[in-house]
Ligand binder design. Structure first.
Ligand code: COA
Length: 358
């Protein structure tokens, strides 16, 4: 028995933060951000990560033709969830009414969706579960240090979801590779977002994302290429067999360099970073949903996912798509309307972290 993706959906919050808006906050320019990262705008959420997740989850369930009662396992990949106790998955389970589902969070930062895909598929293969809802959701703007121009221009909020169900052999997840180099965790971290350190002694700069951009860039290209090759090899396929590569969306230059290293031409690589920036665990399910909506995946397509992120973690998964590339139904689930402008939402960041970098 194998496991395949039978439903997909996304939920992007309506508030847009453009590069020009960021020029008002930090010493940056639309030209610098566009040429160095490929990002033009990103979304800033007026609701919690669990709210984005619940809407994306409803849409994915409708696409799969499943009801909330069918789901027996909910996996929520996130590194910017609502709370640690209870888990974000607990909150999503409640908001969606998934009363028959076990639920847990999975934190592998930007690799979280690929980790979740492999975990969920193997729960099905092992016979423990029949309908797994896997959601990547992030409210990264909460960690956006508005005085650090090297990080605050990169990230955005959003959620994407897939439904996994049993499939016949040869359809669904064919091969994967997951890895972690914990010794390099210091290159991309939030110094004070957990229990380490003394209670009550947290300076604002410890509460935002801190990163050695060049080190992460170099490692991301190397590991996404190596890991993709390993996963393809484990699938018994060659690079030429891959119809579409859906990489984590962190920087278009990372995506281009990875594709060059693999020898995959850009026509086979899905990119939507210009619209959303880096939404960590949400990037791949959101990109997958858009690739399907744009008709870029056909029955039987070989789809390659590859990701790299905090940890430093990486993961790749190769999927042979089934027969159906259109949703069975659509959901009318929607977020509540935004009651604040983008800048009003970000005022809390400006108050806490400060304005304008040196
Ligand atoms: N606007 C304007 N200038 C900026 C800037 C910004 N937002 N951010 C950095 N700069 C400046 C730097 O201060 C530096 O100036 P200097 O030469 O006067 O010192 C210059 O631009 C070049 O900085 P550098 O760090 O070499 O830029 P880069 O080309 O490496 O791009 C990143 C920086 C962060 C975009 C890039 O390294 C990157 O994408 N890294 C990986 C990040 C990532 O993907 N993280 C998540 C992984 S999941």
């Amino acid at each position: 028995m194998n496991a395949e993706i039978t439903g997909w959906g996304k939920c992007m919050p309506p508030n847009v933060l453009t590069n020009s808006d960021l020029e008002q906050i930090v010493d940056t320019s639309d030209d610098w951000i566009t040429t160095r990262t490929g990002i033009k705008e990103r979304r800033i959420s007026h609701v919690e990560a669990s709210d984005l997740a619940a809407v994306a989850g409803q849409r994915a369930l409708a696409a799969a033709g499943k009801s909330v009662d069918d789901v027996d396992l909910l996996l929520v990949a996130t590194c910017s969830g609502d709370t640690i106790i209870p888990s974000t998955a607990s909150r999503v389970q409640d908001k969606m009414g998934l009363t028959n589902a076990a639920a847990m969070d999975l934190n592998a930062a930007c690799s979280g969706f690929v980790y979740g895909l492999v975990t969920g598929a193997n729960m099905i293969r092992g016979g423990t579960n029949k309908t797994v809802l896997l959601i990547g959701t992030e409210k990264l703007h909460y960690l956006m240090n508005t005085t650090d121009r090297t990080t605050c221009v990169l990230f955005g909020d959003g959620a994407g979801a897939v439904v996994l169900e049993p499939s016949e052999e040869g359809i669904g997840l064919l091969g994967s590779d997951l890895g972690m180099d914990g010794s390099a965790g210091k290159y991309l971290h939030v110094p004070a977002d957990g229990t380490q350190g003394e209670i009550g002694r947290r300076a604002p700069e410890q509460c935002g994302i801190a990163m050695d951009g060049q080190e992460v860039f170099r490692r991301a290209v190397t590991m996404m290429a190596e890991s993709s090759l390993l996963a393809i090899q484990k699938s018994g396929l060659d690079l030429e067999d891959v119809d579409i590569l859906i990489p984590h969306q962190a920087n278009v230059r990372i995506i281009d360099a990875t594709a060059r290293r693999l020898g995959v031409d850009s026509a086979r690589v899905f990119v939507n970073i210009q619209s959303y920036g880096n939404t960590s665990a949400a990037t791949i399910p959101v990109a997958l949903t858009e690739a399907l909506e744009q008709g870029q995946i056909e029955p039987g397509s070989i789809v390659a996912f590859t990701a790299f992120g905090g940890g430093l973690s990486w993961g790749s998964a190769i999927v042979r798509w089934g027969e159906r590339v259109t949703p069975i139904a659509t959901s009318d689930a929607e977020l509540p309307p935004a009651d604040k402008t983008t800048m009003e939402i970000l005022q809390s960041n400006l108050d806490f972290f400060g304005e304008k970098s040196a």
